[in-house]
Write a protein that binds this ligand. Structure first.
Ligand SMILES: Cc1cc2nc3c(=O)[nH]c(=O)nc-3n(C[C@H](O)[C@H](O)[C@H](O)COP(=O)(O)OP(=O)(O)OC[C@H]3O[C@@H](n4cnc5c(N)ncnc54)[C@H](O)[C@@H]3O)c2cc1C
Length: 401
């Protein structure tokens, strides 16, 4: 594994595939009987020459046994992703310079995050609405609710990186801007998801493509009883979001790949359209969106909705992972009344790598709780299997806002 960051990457990735399948496969490698069973040799895997190890893994990929196929898939994903993110040669070979050639650095919003002094007791805060997650959903909720006069508090487990830290390297972005080092996967790897984990959530690392929810999807939701999604009110909401972010096709300049694709489509008679981008009505051609926007031009939540929310009095806590939604019984109904989380300070230099950081438990009592990260909800369901608790309290709270 090349590069200094690979160790950290591997530790992160080992979490991704913590599934029993890979664990069992790796344990089997350490015994003769296990090796015979999984590799066909009594020699331990790690002392086999490289070509034999390669052969074994390739045979796993085609095995009739599902666990072996899944292990091969997991190992290939770990190695490929780690190599792509930490290789010092891949950038120069692909002609992808460290920093964008087009565009210039921009200035970010000057956030003031709540800070807590060291102490043994939990910090207890009060608000009207607590929003877990500062991403695309959380940012829009925070703006709308704060502008409507509610006291709003947003808790985000990741940290804010202003434009001068962006775009990060692939390696640093994987650690600081993405969930779980770049990928979340269920134990059998049937589903893998890439998700942002940063101040601004996925909006900090996404590709700027800003499509409105398509008609057939809205209809499907409406057919399931959610009539709001085919209403003109929902259309107005989409338009307002797009307007705030300056979504447009006017300033898009395509790279060579896209030009080739659209020209190919034209020649084949396929219909194709330009995808609008949220670049605030500016031409923005840099190619580094997923590593964070150093120009502060992409109108993700960090540049648009969260500053609007702060200007209307919303308060923010970075570095605070909400680990529990608090419930109370109100007239026979289980209602979410707040969240409990753990906050970790920055170090004395303002970074997140120093040894002088400290943690505090934080309890936020609120009239309403919004968990904006559906992905987290999905994985929580997988992990803790408290489906009913999670859904009853939180979704009801969101819908009753
Ligand atoms: C690389 C990439 C490219 C993409 N490109 C596009 C694109 O071009 N166009 C498009 O429309 N969409 C794109 N997306 C998808 C889009 O960004 C997401 O759909 C969107 O961000 C989801 O919004 P959200 O609010 O549900 O969650 P997110 O934006 O993911 O925000 C959730 C936030 O909650 C935080 N969080 C989670 N759990 C906790 C907890 N327990 N305590 C505190 N905080 C917590 C997370 O750290 C995260 O910051 C892309 C996504 C990625 C990852």
């Amino acid at each position: 594994m090349p590069g200094k960051g690979s160790g950290l990457y591997c530790r992160r990735w080992s979490k991704v595939f913590s599934g029993e399948i890979l664990d069992t496969a790796l344990t089997d490698f350490s015994t003769r009987a296990g090796c015979l069973l999984t590799t066909g040799y009594t020699t331990s895997f790690h002392v086999q020459p490289v070509n034999i190890r390669q052969q074994i893994l390739q045979s796993w990929a085609k095995s009739y046994l599902t666990p072996l196929r899944q292990s091969a898939k997991a190992l290939a994903a770990i190695v490929t992703s780690t190599w792509v993110k930490t290789s010092p040669t891949i950038g120069p070979v692909l002609g992808f310079p460290r920093a964008p050639v087009h565009g210039k650095p921009g200035k970010g919003f000057d956030y003031s995050f709540i800070q807590f002094p060291p102490g043994p007791e939990p910090e207890i805060l009060e608000t009207d609405v607590v929003i877990v997650g500062s991403g695309c959903g959380g940012g829009v909720c925070a703006k709308n609710l704060a502008e409507a006069g509610h006291r709003v508090m947003v808790v985000e487990k990741a940290y804010h990186w202003p434009p001068e830290h962006l775009p990060m390297t692939e390696r640093d972005a994987g650690i600081q801007l993405f969930a779980n080092g770049g990928i979340e996967s269920v134990d059998d790897q049937s589903i893998s998801i890439i998700a942002g984990q940063a101040w601004g959530g996925g909006g900090t690392v996404n590709w700027s493509a800003s499509l409105q929810t398509q008609a057939y999807v809205r209809k499907e939701w409406a057919d399931k009883g959610l009539a709001f999604f085919t209403s003109s009110e929902f259309q107005d909401s989409l338009d307002r979001v797009c307007h705030r972010m300056g979504v447009s096709t006017e300033h898009v300049e395509h790279n060579m790949n896209n030009k080739t694709l659209s020209e190919g489509a034209r020649k084949l008679g396929y219909s194709h359209k330009m995808v609008p981008q949220n670049t605030g009505g500016n031409k923005h051609y840099c190619g580094y969106c997923t590593l964070g926007c150093g120009a502060a031009e992409k109108q993700g939540p960090v540049v648009s909705f969260l500053p609007d929310a702060e200007r209307s009095g919303a308060q923010f806590i970075e570095g605070c992972e909400a680990d529990k939604v608090l419930f109370e019984n109100v007239e026979g109904r289980k209602v979410a009344t707040g969240v409990k989380g753990r906050w970790t300070s920055r170090d004395s230099s303002g970074g997140v790598g120093g040894s002088d950081r400290y943690s505090r438990d934080v309890i936020i009592n609120a009239k309403r709780v919004i968990v904006s990260d559906l992905l987290e909800l999905f994985f929580s369901i997988q992990r803790v299997r408290r489906v009913q608790d999670i859904f009853r309290g939180i979704v009801l709270s969101v819908l009753s806002l």
